[in-house]
Design a protein around this ligand. Structure first.
Ligand code: C2E
Ligand code: MG
Ligand code: MG
Ligand code: MG
Length: 292
């Protein structure tokens, strides 16, 4: 990838695939040390009640503060962590740290019901000790199980449905909530969906992204909200960026929203500042009024 610098310079040819392979090898090597070198960071993004504007949950989103490469987003290192198995210790750290952070916020800011949502990877979900781990963490931290939500994708849920059924039932008995992340992008069989003990569907950002009153893309979102409510599930819309999207979601009676319209994922310091200042966003009615 040497740039052509003029007529008399050679351009070295390096196939893109090798560049990618060596980049991921470099990442893989340093990912082994990321945990012990304390390079992982959790950012938190609020999930907001659509009628009251109240922050009811904070989703924990992992980042890697690499000493040379800067802040690396999860999509660039979680697949490597999955492949190498490093996701198991990393996931355990994330779960424990996010639960502890939630407990800190609850205590310091009098937010007894604030919930933290943590993403689980396929490999983590299949760990035989997952249930033990979750209950041990809750016990150690003295966090109310109702204040922990675990997010899994449709493909994780559908991979081995009898195992899923068993794990989710146990988590449910413990009092932990489950949400299905990126809903609508996978292949979750509706008959299984009906039987899984879950609490919440998160509509994928790709459907929320082109929601406008005029646009028939609302058809998919409408269908998902109707389905969720028919199954007694709460709906979270991911990636809400505009007032217009908010307005459609309000008409559809979607319960919670998450997106840049309210807040980007925040560092612990910024998230704490936000919660300290106010736990309620002002939900504007202006667009609604303007259209009537
Ligand atoms: P996700 O769980 O679906 O998280 C939502 C993603 O959408 C986050 O990206 C968030 O920053 C982004 N987002 C939120 N609101 C908006 C918006 O209004 N507009 C746009 N354009 N984007 C928005 P992020 O943090 O890069 O995370 C990407 C994915 O990485 C997550 O998707 C999740 O699947 C995975 N991930 C993150 N943290 C963890 C973790 O601790 N464990 C595991 N297994 N996966 C994680
Ligand atoms: Mg998620
Ligand atoms: Mg998602
Ligand atoms: Mg996603």
């Amino acid at each position: 990838r040497v740039k052509l610098q003029g007529r008399n310079h050679y351009q070295f040819y390096q196939p893109e695939i090798n560049v990618q392979a060596s980049e991921s090898l470099i990442l893989e090597n340093s990912l082994h040390y990321a945990l012990e070198r304390e390079e992982l960071r959790i950012f938190y993004q609020p999930q907001v009640n659509i009628t009251t504007g109240e922050i009811t949950k904070m989703e924990a989103l992992l980042r890697w503060q690499h000493p040379k490469l800067g802040l690396i987003p999860p999509e660039q290192f979680i697949p490597i962590a999955e492949e190498t198995g490093l996701i198991v210790p990393i996931g355990e750290w994330t779960l424990r740290t996010a639960c502890a952070q939630n407990k800190t916020w609850q205590n310091a800011l009098n937010l007894e019901t604030l919930t933290v949502a943590v993403n689980l990877s396929a490999r983590q979900f299949q760990q035989p000790n997952l249930l033990k781990l979750v209950s041990q963490i809750l016990l150690d931290i003295k966090l109310n199980p109702n204040c922990l939500e675990l997010e899994i994708t449709e493909s994780i849920a559908m991979d081995n449905v009898s195992l899923t059924q068993e794990i989710l039932s146990e988590l449910c008995k413990m009092g932990v909530s489950i949400s299905i992340d990126d809903f609508g992008t996978g292949y979750c069989s509706l008959s299984y969906l009906k039987n899984f003990p879950i609490h919440c569907l998160k509509i994928d950002r790709s459907f929320v992204c082109d929601l406008t009153n005029e646009n028939c893309q609302a058809a998919i979102t409408t269908a998902i909200v109707t389905l969720a409510h028919g199954l007694n599930l709460t709906v979270v819309a991911e990636g809400v960026e505009t007032e217009e999207q908010l307005n459609v979601l309000r008409i559809l009676e979607c319960e919670l929203m998450q997106g840049y319209l309210f807040s980007r994922p925040l560092s612990v310091e910024d998230a704490t500042r936000l919660l300290r200042k106010s736990t309620t966003f002002k939900i504007s009615n202006s667009y609604l009024i303007a259209r009537h």
